[in-house]
Design a protein around this ligand. Structure first.
Ligand code: CO
Length: 134
């Protein structure tokens, strides 16, 4: 897969407002987008830190993917997202290499992005997202 660069790092947090404040106070970060997506069980902020981007993810409840992640691992690193020209082509390339995919088709991610997730077992334990800004 040909990658343009890291699009964002995703962090699981317990309290989104608190996390946004922490990054603003410590690193001068500013919120680019903020969104609550009930069907994904997540309230998220896209935050610019200097020229780069992090995604802060808070669960809307305990029985959600991020809620279960927090219960199991606590807050912290959740995923890395690589920017690609074409998510579908990236998935086809990865599938050809026999990589275990979570998403076999591109889907609508947060903030209007087209995304797909690669299983962490295929990438040495790191949940990996490929993303194309639409
Ligand atoms: Co992400």
């Amino acid at each position: 897969v040909s990658v343009r660069g890291v699009h964002h790092l995703g962090f699981a947090v317990a309290d989104l407002d608190e996390a946004v404040s922490t990054y603003a106070e410590l690193f001068g970060a500013r919120v680019e987008h903020r969104e609550r997506v009930e069907e994904q069980g997540v309230e998220a902020a896209s935050v610019l830190v200097g020229p780069d981007r992090i995604e802060l993810l808070a669960p809307t409840g305990d029985d959600t993917p991020v809620g279960r992640f927090l219960a199991k691992r606590g807050p912290g690193m959740h995923h890395v997202a690589y920017e690609v020209d074409d998510v579908r082509a990236a998935l086809a390339d990865l599938a050809r290499k026999g990589v275990e995919l979570i998403d076999h088709e591109p889907r609508h991610g947060l903030f209007g992005l087209e995304v797909a997730f690669v299983h962490p077992d295929a990438v040495h334990g790191v949940l990996t997202e490929v993303v194309c800004p639409v």
